[in-house]
Design a protein around this ligand. Structure first.
Ligand code: SF4
Length: 443
């Protein structure tokens, strides 16, 4: 029996593609292994959205290529965004690679394996980016049994000037509502308590299929599923929030009062140059509405510093905005000049040194804000989904509340938590807040 090892880089959307490909391998009697040394087939599902992600992808490919010399590997496959973006160039420049599988071609993973293993042919399987998985595809979840990502749409039809994703993943296409509901029912029947809805622009869900955004209708169906505890919305686009959606988040207990809202900047000149659809005033109005209509809401956002043309004054504007808004969580990226994007050709590109300075400046500010907000939480009672239980040298239990998304946010460390298992939900009181994590005691 052939054995395959898989490495998934990049975002949760890529991870879902990985999980579907894992399902296809398993259906074809290929055994999965964690040990690259013993794998006959090695597959790297790559990321390419910024320079550091491309570097990580290439480094990982080269590391895995070593197993062609030192291990069992006879077939090295590059899937995902890097392959989609660089296609034949990548195949030409990396002779160790046997096949490239594009972002819309995950369903052809067995074709890639068969061409390499049986026909001894190197292949480029990069076609149209118009596919999306559905509930009938086999999928092996790699996340803990109580939590799963569910991709509600693929691709993006916004045209942010810095972003290559529409070219790499195609235009926005939603899954049918029945398909998503069927998948979530199935996940819940198998023990999932938390589903994290993802897309490049989750708030636009349904616009292409149904002629109008239908995220609210989808959520109304999902909350009916017995046994589902939390539904979390990630990757929301500010422009596409409706009053109805805000009302539903405010009133429906299964929908986490948590919004991931990448804003990218706060200065109007930079927002315009980024081709974002909201002005600073629009964003402030949305944040005010979210906070007044949804008490206790946690807001995560991300910003790009060092965008072309960003002056000290523009950056100071962003800094002041972060200071005023006091976001619960902020991710900061330095701008990456990506070919085939509008921003790559803009004048006044910012030096790496200034980008780094601004990155550290904003992160330092946010650390102070996060610590203060976490300290203000002391005394708050929350339900925590247990993720880890370590018993040596002493019991240390950690988990997440509705306020923490998996993989990107901090953890709640719980004292005096005996008899807990991963997947349990317990009530805790926060006793001490730190920059990223908080400490709580079990009630
Ligand atoms: S390029 Fe974008 S969509 Fe692709 S893996 Fe990276 S973050 Fe995800």
């Amino acid at each position: 029996m052939l054995k395959a090892g898989f490495i998934s880089l990049g975002c949760a959307k890529n991870l879902v593609d990985t999980e579907v490909m894992l399902g296809l391998l398993a259906t074809n009697q290929i055994k999965l292994t964690d040990n690259p040394q013993e794998a006959d087939i090695l597959i790297i599902n790559t990321c390419s959205f910024i320079e550091s992600a491309k570097e990580e992808s290439i480094t990982t490919i080269l590391q895995m290529a070593e197993y062609k010399k030192q291990g069992n590997c006879k077939c090295l496959i590059v899937a995902g965004c890097l392959g989609q973006r660089y296609q034949q160039d990548l195949l030409d420049e990396l002779p160790e690679v046997d096949a490239i599988v594009g972002t819309g071609d995950w369903h052809r993973i067995m074709e890639a394996i068969n061409s390499t293993m049986n026909d001894k042919k190197r292949v480029l399987l990069v076609g149209e980016t118009n596919t999306i998985y559905d509930e009938t595809m086999p999928r092996i979840n790699t996340t803990p049994f109580y939590s799963a990502y569910v991709k509600v749409a693929e691709g993006c039809s916004n045209c942010c000037s810095y972003c290559v994703i529409p070219k790499v993943r195609g235009s926005f296409r939603s899954r049918k509502m029945e398909s998503i509901v069927a998948e979530v029912k199935n996940l819940v029947a198998n023990g999932v308590k938390e589903v994290n809805l993802i897309a490049q622009d989750t708030t636009s869900y349904g616009r292409d299929l149904y002629g109008a955004a239908k995220l609210t209708d989808l959520l109304k169906e999902l909350v009916k599923i017995d046994g589902l505890m939390w539904i979390r919305l990630l990757y929301c686009y500010p422009k596409h929030f409706s009053d109805e959606l805000i009302e539903l988040i405010a009133t429906e207990s299964k929908i986490c009062k948590y919004i991931d809202l990448p804003l990218q900047h706060a200065n109007d000149i930079i927002l315009k140059s980024m081709l974002r659809q909201d002005s600073r005033k629009d964003i402030e109005n949305l944040l005010n509405t979210l906070r007044s209509k949804i008490p206790g809401i946690t807001v995560r956002t991300s910003f790009i510093v060092g965008f072309p043309g960003e002056t000290e004054a523009h950056f100071e504007d962003l800094r002041q905005f972060v200071m005023d808004q006091k976001f619960d969580r902020v991710g900061v990226f330095t701008y990456s000049q990506e070919e085939d994007t509008i921003a790559a050709n803009l004048p006044n590109q910012v030096s790496d040194e200034v980008k780094q300075e601004r990155y550290h400046n904003l992160m330092t500010l946010q650390c102070q804000i996060s610590e203060q907000l976490n300290q203000e939480l002391e005394g708050t009672v929350l339900d925590v989904l247990i993720e880890q239980v370590n018993t040596e040298p002493e019991i240390v239990v950690s988990g997440r509340s509705y306020r923490e998304a998996p993989d990107v946010d901090g953890q709640i460390y719980v004292e005096k938590a005996t008899n807990c298992r991963p997947g349990d939900v317990i009530k805790v009181k926060i006793v001490q807040g730190f920059t990223y994590d908080v400490v709580a005691e079990k009630l």
